[in-house]
Design a protein around this ligand. Structure first.
Ligand code: ZN
Ligand code: ZN
Ligand code: ZN
Length: 438
């Protein structure tokens, strides 16, 4: 992003954004940032501003989020119209916090946002939780239900005539609620909400990229500690080391750990190894793949980190060094191919061809990457067959690997953002195979 100065005249221009202009707590500067960010950020014009938790703030330090959510609701509505969706229903999962800042509790009591193609969004939720959404009046009404009411009927009532139309429902919604809704609305046609909202979530704005970059820098520090031998490895169990890494993730700006894979020796040949009780030996590879969700000020969703680095506990055999060099070249090729307009399958093909040339193609058993944002895996998926072009602001992993069953494996993973200036890596710890004899 290229910084530039915001002039007073441009700030006055905020009257185009009524929600923001009438709000003295920082909405103005955020709205301006968003307005410019969404139209010009990747066209070469950016805003220089402080951002905390992905949401821009003014000098008073009090940010406001209403505008960004309002803007997301409008963009979602446009996508619904484009796809002929009459109403969107969101419950648990990352869509709702991305859209409104509110996170539904995953439990048997239903919380569900009803976003009709027209009219205000309405959030049906347990009455005793109504105070949790007090700050959301700007973007949605709350429909509280008491313990003796049936929330599914309330959702159906909120849908009105849309109840027999085309409905999109959050991918993570519990099936018990979807089944109950289907029983009450037998003529509705259903589709997953990701078909409407996935592409929107994939187009990260400047604030979101900032959050992802902070998340990346935080896990890079831990990767650096591992690579410098500051975290003892030999003689410890995988679980013990994972607990150590997890604690460091939490002390570095994350509110939770999403995963921490420590795959030592032959366990490095299992891409999603379940970290266990194996004791790390000298002279073997260890695969570290870890990430969490950043903590953000209340009412703002966190963003995910995800990185993979390899360590060898002693001098690696020539065979491993050679294979690792091919992996590093493959990862670099994948990253360089991640340009705006490139089909999403191309970085996969680029990385795969390097590994194939090195005789490792058959051991690269998964796609090269996944999108990342409020969710650890989301659109776009960088996989053979996905010909959708990468878009400005798309953030995704580039993580080729090779896994030789029962012997060893390796993976190298960075989060990358597609920008007008080319691919931008958000993970910048050393990409070399680190040798740690501790
Ligand atoms: Zn994975
Ligand atoms: Zn990943
Ligand atoms: Zn990972």
């Amino acid at each position: 992003m290229r910084p530039f100065q915001v002039t007073a005249a441009e700030i006055v221009g905020l009257s185009n954004y009524p929600e923001a202009a009438g709000e003295p707590t920082g909405a103005g500067i955020y709205a301006l940032t968003e307005a410019i960010g969404s139209h010009g950020e990747f066209g070469g014009r950016g805003v220089h501003s402080e951002s905390i938790g992905g949401f821009f703030q003014n000098s008073s330090g009090k940010g406001t989020v209403a505008y960004v959510f309002q803007e997301r609701v409008e963009r979602t509505r446009s996508a619904m119209q484009e796809k002929g969706v009459d109403a969107l229903l969101l419950s648990v999962g990352p869509d709702l916090p991305w859209l409104t800042g509110f996170t539904a509790m995953a439990m048997e009591r239903l919380s569900m946002l009803v976003l009709p193609a027209e009219g205000r969004p309405r959030l049906v939720l347990p009455g005793f939780e109504a105070d949790l959404v007090r700050d959301s009046e700007a973007i949605m009404d709350v429909v509280p239900w008491s313990e003796t009411q049936d929330p599914v009927s309330l959702v159906a009532a909120e849908l009105g005539h849309h109840g027999s139309g085309n409905l999109a429902i959050g991918d993570h919604t519990w099936s018990r609620f979807l089944v109950a809704l289907q029983n009450q609305l037998p003529t509705a046609k259903w589709r997953p909400a990701s078909t409407v909202i996935g592409r929107l979530r994939a187009q990260k704005d400047a604030g979101e990229i900032e959050s992802l970059a902070r998340a990346g820098a935080a896990v890079d520090e831990i990767a650096g500690e591992l690579q410098r031998g500051e975290i003892p490895l030999i003689g410890r169990t995988e679980t013990d080391i994972a607990a150590d890494i997890s604690a460091r993730i939490l002390t570095r700006g994350h509110s939770k750990v999403n995963f921490c894979i420590v795959g030592s020796g032959p366990n490095s040949s299992s891409p999603h190894h379940h970290t266990g009780g194996r004791v790390v030996q000298a002279r073997e590879p260890i695969l570290f793949d870890f990430g969490g969700t950043t903590s953000e000020p209340e009412g703002r969703p966190g963003y995910c980190s995800d990185t993979t680095r390899m360590i060898f506990t002693g001098q690696p055999p020539a065979e491993y060094v050679e294979a690792y060099a091919a992996l590093k070249a493959a990862q670099e090729a994948g990253v360089q191919r991640a340009q705006i307009g490139t089909p999403a399958e191309d970085p996969d093909a680029a990385a795969r061809s390097v590994l194939t040339e090195a005789g490792l193609g058959e051991f690269f058993t998964h796609r090269v990457g996944h999108g990342i944002g409020v969710e650890a895996h989301e659109d776009p998926y960088l996989v053979g067959g996905n010909t959708e072009p990468l878009e400005a602001g798309n953030a995704f992993s580039i993580e080729p690997g090779f896994y030789i069953p029962g012997k060893w494996g390796a993976r190298l993973e960075d989060i990358v953002v597609a920008t007008a200036d080319g691919p931008r890596r958000l993970n910048n710890s050393s990409h070399d195979l680190a040798i740690v004899e501790a």
